[in-house]
Design a protein around this ligand. Sequence first.
Ligand code: UDX
Length: 502
Amino acid sequence: MHSTTPFPAEKLTTATTREFKHHLVMFPFMAQGHIIPFLELAKLLAKRTGFAITIANTPLNIRNLKPKIDSTGAGLDIRLAELPFSAASHGLPPQAENTDSLPYHLIIRLMEASEHLEPHFERLLRRICQEDGGRLPLCIISDMFFGWTQDVGHRLGIPRIQFCTCGAYGTSVYYSLWIHMPHNQTHADDFVLPDMPQVTLQRSQLPPIIKMATGSDPWYLFMNRQISRNVRSWGSICNTFEELEHSSLQHMRKSTGRPVWAVGPILPFSLVSSSPSDTIADSDFLLRGLAEEKSSRACLQWLDSQAPSTVLYVSFGSQNSISLSHMKALALGLESSQQPFIWVVRPPLEAPLNSEFSAEFLPEGFEERVKEHKLGLIIRKWAPQLLILSHPSTGGFLSHCGWNSVLESLSQGVPIIGWPMTADQFANSKVLEEEVGVCIEMWRGKEGELEPETVERRVKMVMKEEKGNRLRQRAAEIREAALKAVSEDKNGEMKGSSVCCG
Ligand code: UDX
């Protein structure tokens, strides 16, 4: 961690007679891309500090978290707290408590509904305080989409830290766009961010919700409500590391005037290891707690049968899908590239809510052909991503550039073919291509006519050609830097930038 500024102790209620454990309360937004890094951060904090950690969320998310805590957080004092939530009373489909069960246009409704958790969250904090003999939790670590928790913390006198699950560059660009709407000040295709003059964006790099924002639409209002509070938070934690994003972290520090700690990459403990002998342990670790252990083993077996660095992994995260025509072009392009692949498929955008994936969404006979020729493995809905990325056969990742996917890929030295779709993903793809040198962008957004040849060309370039070797080499360097950032020697004397205190 990068600042030694102490917590504002005067705001904490003094401890009473009994000896207490310090208590941290964490609160992720209800999306896998947020819950996963929060959980890993909770485990790290519990392991390093011995503090009690309570993770708050809605009932369904808590129920899904429980087995993960039981299997990978054993021995750590991580507690779970359910906050009452009724999806239906917010105009959401029943049981829709996570973005992974919502089409994109309903995500804003879940976000707005999350603001109604405020009284329940406050009650939880008061209850914890009561149970801890009047001692307030040491701090709240809450999501960048939960700026409103700043108000709760302020009322109770508990410091609140925002946890940015995006990178520092992605967060800064995303915040800047929402605050300044610079594309509305010009008719040009390119525009500069007023608070980051070194960044020029193209209109095609605008997340659709920002492109369509009017200044009075729900997304604009929600994001500005959160950001205006986030910038007042006591500090920020970013899932990134200094060696990867030093200048963007410095920008965040300068623009908020508050501490910003880079603590990443936050990945399961055993994955962040440089020892090849850990590979088996890693696989076992990752398989434990996976509901579909059998399909994970099948996946591993398939990867074992491929040559090193030849498999392209294709996945667009936990909440994105693509159009039917893009799906068909992607399938044909993959097939003609003749590069082995694992593709996590979800129903296309046009499919009804909660429908199952059907072979009809793919070109005729595609699934049979790739199976017969052992060219590809198609996984429906959810794959053991870390397991795949950490396998030596995996040599590239066609990704939407969600930040967790980016970190997971780079920490395994796997270069990226970018297909950003929304939020911070455009900024992530841009910085990875232009500044870090580990990515080639293939497509932007969910519109337009994608040709199979575009897919084929990009795949070959990264998986077969010299350009791909350069990207792989650079990704390997980033992996080394990532390992160093989270490293610590046995005596705790030598610490990487993401674990040191000063
Ligand atoms: C979202 C945003 O899109 C992203 O830009 C932001 O930085 C975090 O929140 P998401 O779109 O789901 O997340 O993408 P990503 O950040 O990549 O997170 C997905 C997580 O789910 C990763 O940890 C990935 O390993 C996991 N996952 C996804 C799987 O394990 N299996 C899958 O099949 C899909």
